[in-house]
Design a protein around this ligand. Structure first.
Ligand code: SAM
Length: 288
């Protein structure tokens, strides 16, 4: 394992820990040969029906997997504001937007649970693989409803674990087993369903005032050049927090398991292609 990706955050406070981890991850996050966050971000922007001129808030923007496709969709007449609790993520997004000459992009360090903007500031709120990490989802939905203009849209994506026929995380049972053993209380991955699943999310959205709410699963494909690069990728995003709970002794066996299962379950033999379900939650604030 790459030594730069090792080491534990020092505090036990969950939010501070997440901030430290994502600050640490920012340089490597979504920058390997492994494809996952990018296609999901583009799909989320399509679900959100972002149109030219829209004002978009992207919660937990990370390195911009949602924010940059949204910036193209709104065009020069629109505006995309990314917020993230990680300063390193925000600085990376600002630097990339500058390099690409995207003047419609802004990003700032801000808590995603209750973003500090005036009511009715946005046409669209997106959250790619981020909002499921927030506590008290019903309150979060209420906060987002307030921030949307009448007719505005909310679109969120989240990883899904499936219970039938057996739990999987990132398309693998070996990672689900690690989660089952080490995830308790960490808030890293929703071992149960993200947002409580459709059964919970839809009533919560309606209670917050949203209409036309849907929560659907679609397959995404994680692609990697090799089992080794897939394994390295698992250290470059939130799963790093899980790895940090695994003892050195257990780690070697877990790594071998993951590599073997990735190869065995890949849809192709010349590279790793793992199907994994992603949940998309889409809802609208009714027109006044
Ligand atoms: C898995 S990444 C997703 C990033 C990006 N949206 C994507 O699709 O690649 C989750 C992001 O959410 C951010 N995040 C986690 N908790 C947050 C919070 N409470 N407020 C704001 N951002 C948060 C992390 O710093 C990280 O950048």
């Amino acid at each position: 394992m790459d030594d730069r990706l090792m080491g534990r955050p020092e505090t036990t406070d969950a939010r501070r820990e997440a901030q430290l981890v994502f600050d640490q991850l920012a340089p490597e996050y979504d920058r390997s040969d492994v494809e996952f966050f990018g296609p999901i971000g583009a799909r989320l922007v399509a679900h959100a029906e972002v149109t030219p001129g829209d004002a978009v808030l992207d919660v937990g923007c990370g390195r911009g997997a949602v924010l940059f496709p949204a910036a193209h969709a709104v065009g020069e007449g629109g505006k995309v504001t990314g917020i993230d609790l990680s300063r390193a993520m925000v600085e990376s997004v600002l630097a990339e937007a500058r390099d690409k000459g995207l003047q419609q992009v802004n990003a700032m360090v801000m808590e995603g649970a209750e973003p500090a903007f005036p009511p009715e500031s946005f046409d669209v709120i997106t959250g790619g693989m981020s909002v499921h990490m927030l506590a008290d989802i019903p309150r979060v939905f209420q906060a987002y409803h307030r921030l949307l203009r009448p007719g505005g849209r909310l679109a969120l994506s989240a990883p899904v674990t499936v219970d039938d026929p057996a739990p999987e995380v990132f398309g693998l049972r070996s990672i689900a087993r690690l989660c089952a053993a080490h995830n308790a209380g960490s808030g890293i991955y929703p071992y149960a369903e993200a947002f409580g699943g459709a059964r919970q999310a839809l009533p919560d959205l309606r209670a917050a005032g949203f209409t036309e709410a849907t929560a659907r699963e679609e397959p995404a494909f994680i692609t990697a050049d090799s089992p080794e690069s897939f394994l390295l990728w698992t250290w470059t995003h939130g799963m790093r927090r899980l790895w940090e709970r695994v003892s050195d002794r257990e780690r070697a066996a877990a790594e071998a398991d993951i590599k073997a299962e990735a190869r065995a379950r890949s849809k192709r033999t010349d590279r790793i292609v793992l199907p994994t379900p992603v949940m998309y939650v889409v809802a609208s604030r009714p027109d006044a």
